[in-house]
Design a protein around this ligand. Structure first.
Ligand SMILES: NC(=O)C1=CN([C@@H]2O[C@H](COP(=O)(O)OP(=O)(O)OC[C@H]3O[C@@H](n4cnc5c(N)ncnc54)[C@H](O)[C@@H]3O)[C@@H](O)[C@H]2O)C=CC1
Ligand SMILES: O=C(O)C(=O)CO
Length: 319
């Protein structure tokens, strides 16, 4: 029977489905796999079901150039922790879980928009500190999002789901920047330059994948293009933002606030961000709902089953 390693514990329903198709080992450690461990596991298992942070880098495939493992069925849509070209060269196919994550992640983007613009974290901290002296008309005044301009960087599945919520649900005007032309978008107007989106938006949301092209896409120069009352929201990946430049932009008042679900060095969050009242910080909660994690897991298992049966992968990732 195919030996399958699942690198982090998953909901029971997913483990049951996996055990129906393979001989399953669940790794007990909750931390991401190092390059060394990834290389060792590539030699020990036929299929691996990894997740974010597991270091299937070029170096891991360098240590294991002709691995026993022939498939990585990633749990998650983002696969920036896997070097897909190196995997392909080593004869390892890769799949991911697009779609299963979309709505939940867009919901967290909207939550962060509201948390940042309406100062929800500050308010909650005030109540918990027993520092609230009662309602008054000028207390904790934030920015109303209705009628404001939302700029989305990366108009893919999640970007479109955010646009739908923001436009249809909250009455925001949506503009966006995307690498390729988006034909007939349901909501929003595509701008040819990212600077046009940054300059015109009251709120900017990052929804691009982490790639060499998007690495530190938000740098000091780009923060300088944003309006001083604007907020930056990142639900993509931490390395899409130069975190030091973000701290500078917040401290100097170049932008008004930020809402972050992802960080450059997860789970480490910079001390400067932790100290700032105008930053909403979530621990990578984008898909953290039981139904969503079950859908993601079952999708990954369907890819494993297809690999075992020798049929086309439903969700292949290509270099
Ligand atoms: N916070 C969380 O828990 C989650 C984060 N994510 C992140 O969100 C990312 C996006 O997911 P999806 O929307 O499903 O992906 P997608 O592939 O549907 O959308 C990405 C969009 O970004 C565009 N894009 C790519 N490179 C670009 C560039 N250099 N400049 C401008 N646009 C560019 C693509 O054309 C595409 O339209 C994932 O790769 C993942 O890293 C995904 C799920 C949960
Ligand atoms: O699917 C992804 O890429 C994630 O970040 C999981 O939350």
């Amino acid at each position: 029977m195919t030996k399958l390693l699942i690198t982090r514990n998953l909901p029971e329903e997913v483990l049951k489905a996996a055990k129906a198709v393979a001989d399953v080992t669940v790794r007990e450690d909750q931390s991401p796999m190092s390059v060394q461990e990834a290389a060792e596991m590539l030699q020990a298992y036929d299929v691996i079901l990894p997740t974010l942070g597991d270091q299937f880098s070029a170096a891991a495939f360098g240590v294991a150039p002709n691995p026993r493992c022939k498939m990585l069925a990633n749990f998650g849509v983002g696969y920036n922790h896997i070097n897909v070209s190196a995997a392909q060269k080593a004869g390892v196919s890769v799949s991911n879980t697009p779609g299963a994550v979309t709505d939940a992640t867009a919901d967290i983007a909207m939550s962060l928009i509201l948390m940042s613009c309406r100062r929800l974290g500050e308010g909650e901290r005030m109540v918990r500190a027993s520092a609230w002296d009662g309602w008054h008309p000028t207390q904790l005044l934030g920015m109303h999002i209705g009628g404001k301009t939302l700029g989305i960087i990366g108009m893919g599945r999640i970007g479109k789901a955010i646009a739908r919520r923001a436009a249809a649900g909250f009455g925001m005007n949506v503009i966006f920047y995307n690498r390729s032309t988006v034909d007939a978008p349901e909501h929003g107007t595509q701008m040819p330059e990212i600077s046009q989106v940054l300059g015109a938006s009251d709120v900017v949301v990052l929804a691009v994948p982490a790639t060499p092209q998007t690495h530190r896409l938000m740098n000091a120069e780009r923060f300088a293009q944003m309006q001083s009352h604007a907020h930056l929201i990142n639900i993509a990946r931490g390395d899409v933002v130069d975190e030091a430049a973000l701290v500078d932009a917040l401290q100097s008042g170049q932008i008004a606030g930020a809402g972050l679900d992802v960080y450059e060095r997860e789970p480490i969050v910079s001390e400067a961000l932790l100290q700032m009242e105008n930053v909403a910080l979530l621990p990578h909660l984008g898909t953290a709902a039981l139904e969503v994690r079950v859908d993601m897991g079952l999708m990954a298992v369907r890819n494993v089953a297809a690999h075992i049966n020798g049929t086309a992968l439903p969700n292949p990732v290509l270099p």
